[in-house]
Structures are given as C-alpha cells and as structure tokens.
Design a binder for this molecule. Structure first.
Ligand code: COI
Length: 357
C-alpha cells in the first residue's frame, strides 16, 4: 500500500538558491517554473496489477531509459490543479482533485496505461502540497500549481505499451498565466493547423496534444496575440478551444461552450463555470459553436486551471478584428469572482468542491 502519513524527509538546504521561498516576489508571480523542495513518485511494472508504492523524494532530475515509451512514442498524460492557502486558519485547499484523478483514469485507458486510483492520486497530491507548504503563495497572491504526470517509463523498441509506468507529481508557485496578467487577451483564429480530430486524443490530457500546438501558438505570439483558437478539422467552421484552455461565448443570456464530443478537453474549470453560470440564471448550452456565434458574441472568455477565467477582448478571424465586452460588469468577471472566492475559501463551499489539506 502507499504510505499514509508524511515520511521523514531530509531537510532541503536552499540557502544557495536564488529563490529559497523567503526571497520569492509573491506580487509578481507569473507562470514560470519555480522548483520546489519535493516531488512524489510512484511506479507500476507489467504484471503488478496497479500502482502500489509511492513516496516523496527531493525534487530533481529523473533517470529514464532512452528507449522509454514516453520519449519514443509519447505515451503519457499530465494533469494540472492548484492548492490555495487558507484564509481562516493554517492549511491548504485543493479544488476538485478527484476530478483530475478521474480524468487521468479516462486518459490512461485511451493511452493503454494503468492509472492510480482516485484515492492514491488525491493522497499523493496532498503529500506533495504538505511537503512543499512553504511554496504555497499567501492568500490572494496566487496558488501552488500541482503537475501530476503519468508516463510510460519502461523501455520498449517496437510500438507497444511500455512495460513500466511512473506517476509523478511536482509543484510550482504560480500567479497569472498570460503575460497580460488579469487583463483581457487578444486571440486569433488559426486557419492552417488543427488541435484535434474526431477519433484522436483531443478529449484526453495526453502530453502528445501539446507540442503540436506550439507552432501556431508561437506564430500568433509573434503577431501580438496571447493564443490561438482552433477550428474543427472537418468543417473548419466550429471553434473548439485555445492551446491551453476552453472557450465560452455569451450572447444575451445564453452562454455556449463547445460540447466535449472527443475533440475538446473536458476542463474541470469549464465544468465548474457551467454550473456557476446556471446558478446565476444563465442558459448554458454545450453544443457546436460556429465562427458566426463567436464573432457575433457579446462576451468571450477562456477557462482552465492555469488561465482561471480570462476575458477575451478581441478575436481576429480572416484579418478582421472582432471586439467583445470586458470589465467589471462582465459575466466573466462575475464568474471569476465567484469561482476564486470558493477556491480561496472566502465564500462558503456549498458544492463540496474543496478538499482540505
Ligand atoms: C492547466 O490549465 O492546468 C493546463 O494543463 C494547461 C497547460 C497548458 C498549462
């Protein structure tokens, strides 16, 4: 069985590091990597029937066979979730970590990998947070971003599932994702490249979905856009999502978001925002969202663990720039406030979304 309490760990001497926790500029956290003290590692070999022994170790490089499944064939998944410092008492709060665990299980099935149980996953996340407690930003300054990975770590030459798997978690304090900070972003509709296709892996969080979007993302950034919006690969008419987040469009009192029919990443923030918007009386539709729906929207915003709820001020499509409402009175701002007050423990957690650490 996995360990149920925090083991004795060597104290980490970070006195020579640039960032030793005390030196961190909590007011200017972006989404860069700040290495923290510990990571969690758990392995599973062929024939073992599941993951069994996990433990914390000092954060650092890992050893991998050059012929590991992840390096050669991209057999891997990742997750992302955040821990927040509590306002009312010492301790931390996780936002719906069981949902990340379940999404990893679905992805693992698609990628022919064994996966940790929900209990193992959440336990490992808690241990990682506790061991890196000094890196959790103070209330209101950001969060500890937790990055679970599940990779085919065993050696394999022919194309087949790897003979060994490693589940790992590391963490980094983060602030806002986009360089725009809390400000609204400008997006461009990508017309050459696609993120996903029917029957592909767009609906699971495989590592292999992310490197292929870099080219479109880099081109867009060089033209001053924060990210791109992908169109469906069949009709080239329906918007799907951005490279790093889901998409919502508001017209009147109807909020629409692309339905998760295999090409859309089923975001946990996405699902939470759907629920919070319905609670506010909005009609929320999960359906195809056409380019026409997008350009005629009153408001557009993106959601994700990393991006939170980010307002979109303009979308450029075929050279035309379309503008949307942003600011204090926008729905995205209201939803952002509601979501973050639950996540930070400022509002009552009526939905049971928070897991205390
Ligand atoms: C997240 O929002 O946590 C993600 O995994 C997106 C990633 C590109 C930062």
């Amino acid at each position: 069985r996995w360990k149920s309490s925090l083991p004795q760990l060597d104290p980490v001497d970070r006195s020579d590091d640039d960032n030793n926790g005390g030196d961190i500029d909590w007011d200017n956290l972006g989404f860069g990597l700040t290495p923290t003290d510990y990571m969690y590692v758990m392995r599973c070999s062929q024939g073992e029937g599941g993951f069994s022994r996990g433990e914390l170790s000092r954060y650092g490089n890992i050893e991998l066979s050059p012929s590991s499944g992840i390096l050669n064939y991209g057999q891997g998944l990742f997750e992302g979730l955040k821990a927040y410092a509590r306002a009312d008492r010492p301790g931390y709060m996780l936002f719906r970590p069981e949902e990340n665990a379940r999404r990893m299980q679905v992805g693992a099935e698609r990628m022919c990998m064994p996966s940790p149980s929900v209990e193992q996953f959440v336990h490992a996340v808690k241990q990682t947070v506790l061991a890196n407690g000094r890196w959790v930003p103070p209330q209101g300054k950001g969060a500890l971003y937790i990055r679970p990975l599940l990779i085919g770590s065993g050696a394999i030459l022919g194309l087949a599932p790897a003979p060994e798997y490693t589940f790992m978690i590391y963490a980094s304090p983060v602030g806002t994702y986009f360089k725009e900070g809390m400000a609204a972003i400008n997006l461009v509709v990508e017309e050459e490249f696609h993120r996903a296709m029917p029957g592909g892996t767009g609906g699971v969080k495989t590592i292999a979905n992310y490197a292929p979007v870099l080219k479109a993302q880099m081109d867009a950034k060089s033209r001053g856009f924060a990210d791109v919006l992908y169109l469906d690969s069949v009709h080239k008419r329906y918007v799907e999502e951005a490279s790093s987040c889901n998409l919502f469009v508001l017209k009147g009192d109807t909020l629409a978001t692309p339905a998760t029919a295999g090409t859309i990443l089923p975001g946990i923030t996405r699902r939470s925002i759907i629920e919070l918007a319905r609670d506010r009386g909005y009609q929320v539709e999960e359906r195809l969202v056409s380019i026409d729906d997008l350009v005629s929207a009153d408001e557009v915003f993106c959601t994700g663990t990393a991006v939170g709820v980010t307002p979109v001020s303009t979308v450029t499509y075929q050279g035309t720039r379309y503008e949307f409402r942003t600011g204090e009175d926008s729905l995205s701002r209201m939803l952002y406030n509601t979501l973050t007050s639950i996540q930070m423990g400022v509002a009552e957690d009526k939905k049971g979304w928070i897991v205390a650490v």
